[in-house]
Every structure is written in structure tokens, then in C-alpha cells.
Design a binder for this molecule. Structure first.
Ligand SMILES: [Zn+2]
Ligand SMILES: [Zn+2]
Length: 49
């Protein structure tokens, strides 16, 4: 489960390999399987994830 700094949580999956994405404050949203970093707007607060 990916969790944004605003507290929003969502099961977001990697478009490349389909695995659940992980996130932390240092790296942002990323895929632990293929290492892909993902930039999206957080649906909870509208800022960049
Ligand atoms: Zn992936
Ligand atoms: Zn947010």
C-alpha cells in the first residue's frame, strides 16, 4: 500500500509489471520489483506524489 505524506493511502500498481507500488518520503512513489519511479498527482491532496 502506497502512503502519501498527506496521509492518503491507495493500492497503486506499477504500469510496467503490475506489482503494488511502495512509497516513502525520500524516494517518493516507486516499484520495489522493477525499480521504476512513478510521478502522479495524489488524489487526496492534489500535490505531486
Ligand atoms: Zn514495476
Ligand atoms: Zn497527498
Amino acid at each position: 500500500m502506497a502512503r502519501h505524506e498527506c496521509g492518503f493511502e491507495a493500492p497503486i500498481h506499477c504500469k510496467k509489471c503490475g506489482r503494488p507500488l511502495d512509497s516513502n518520503e525520500r524516494t517518493g512513489l516507486f516499484c520495489p520489483h522493477c525499480g521504476r519511479r512513478v510521478s502522479i498527482l495524489c488524489p487526496g491532496c492534489g500535490r505531486l506524489w
